[in-house]
Design a protein around this ligand. Structure first.
Ligand code: NAD
Length: 352
């Protein structure tokens, strides 16, 4: 998700502490205008509680935008658990977090995020039903959201390539920054479609795997964004698109799965000024949350597939409006998401 241009205050911020298990967590409900707040749980070592709270607030606001633009009947929220400094029992810690989620009475639905595992969600599920990202079988939605995220990014990239590069992805060269869960699956889809790949990863092993499986050329992480390619796909860290890196980009399209790719909203304008088409991250990487909420609503994989395949339509609408107004696509996407939330608030008020 992009750094939103004006973050409205959250509806509710809850702090949870349980010295017996070492739990220290913050749950932010940014908006429930569209429905219960859905967003993952980050498990990370923070300098202090203030840093953790700031991160949770920023991530929760981003989820409001992401869910609104994905057309989901869910608001935005996020949880952050501060990783205990010493030894701790992971299962017991996540069960304690599950009780915290349960105490919010269904106004927040949690799932995996950076640092959390499917087994953590299973621990949470022992004490609350307000959790997704659990393994499933048969036609029911659920399980690892990454392939759905990668599919949404891939289909969006196809659209952006047709628009800016005038053709299909076959024969185009795509540089992928980070070949983890999302980036590796994106390699798979692009390779199938006939694209050439350039990859970089902090882990040499991961990069070598992409080279072996998909014939990717491996470059160092420092070289990736300025590689001589058609498309760049950030699929690792946030804030990688800043004044300095944007000046070096040779690609004509940026479309990737990482959250918070723009260091500041202004960087969206910098990309536009260099005639680089930027696909707003939280729009194109919504496949994961689409899968998470479908699991929560007991829907099928087919429903997830149908929704993920509609992401490029929304991207086209954002690009059309950006072309008309001359504004960066990130600003257009933010404005569209805000309008959807404002409409829902208006509808709630008039029904009351
Ligand atoms: P992951 O941890 O599986 O993969 C990230 C990869 O990036 C790792 O292989 C890591 O070694 C590599 N990396 C780290 N720093 C790097 C650098 N400087 N240069 C190159 N590679 C580097 O994570 P993931 O689940 O694939 O998620 C990737 C991004 O997509 C994150 O920003 C995440 O927030 C976002 N995202 C993921 C999902 C999902 O469904 N998993 C959904 C939405 C958004």
């Amino acid at each position: 998700m992009a750094v939103v241009s004006s973050i409205t205050p959250p509806e509710k911020v809850s702090f949870f502490e349980d010295p017996a298990t070492g739990l220290e967590a913050i749950v932010v409900l940014h908006s429930t205008a569209l429905g219960p707040a859905a967003g993952g749980c980050r498990f990370w070592s923070y300098a202090d509680r203030n840093h953790a709270t700031t991160d949770a607030m920023r991530l929760a606001a981003g989820m409001t935008y992401k869910n609104a633009l994905a057309g989901l009947p869910f608001g935005g929220g996020k949880a952050v658990i501060l990783r205990p400094a010493g030894d701790f029992d992971r299962t017991v810690l996540f069960e304690a977090f599950g009780k915290a989620v349960d105490s919010l009475g269904g106004s927040y639905i949690t799932a995996e995020d950076v640092g959390t595992l499917v087994s953590d969600m299973q621990a949470i599920r022992k004490v609350t039903r307000h959790v997704a990202g659990l393994p499933t079988e048969g036609p029911s939605a659920g399980g690892d959201p990454s392939p759905w995220t990668a599919l949404g990014v891939f289909l969006s990239m196809r659209h952006a390539a047709e628009r800016r590069l005038g053709g299909r992805l076959a024969g185009k060269t795509v540089a992928i920054q980070g070949v983890g869960n999302v980036g590796m699956e994106l390699c798979h889809l692009l390779h199938q479609d006939g694209a050439n790949l350039v990859v970089a990863d902090g882990s040499a092993e991961r990069a070598a795997k992409a080279a072996h499986l998909y014939g990717a050329m491996v470059v160092s992480p420092d070289e990736l964004l300025s590689a001589d390619v058609d498309i760049v796909a950030p699929c690792a860290l946030g804030a990688v698109l800043d004044e300095r890196s944007i000046a070096g980009i040779k690609a004509k399209v940026v479309c990737g799965g990482a959250n918070n790719q723009l260091a500041t909203p202004e960087d969206g304008r910098r990309l536009a000024a260099r005639d680089i088409l930027y696909a707003p991250d939280y729009l194109v990487n919504a496949g994961g949350i689409i899968n998470v909420v479908a699991e929560h609503m007991n829907e099928s994989t087919a429903a997830v597939d149908e929704r993920v395949r509609r992401i490029p339509e929304r991207l086209a609408a954002v690009f059309d409006a950006a072309e008309k107004t001359g504004e960066g696509p990130n600003f257009v996407a933010d404005a569209m998401a805000r309008a959807i939330v404002a409409d829902a608030r208006g509808a709630t008020r008039s029904a009351a």
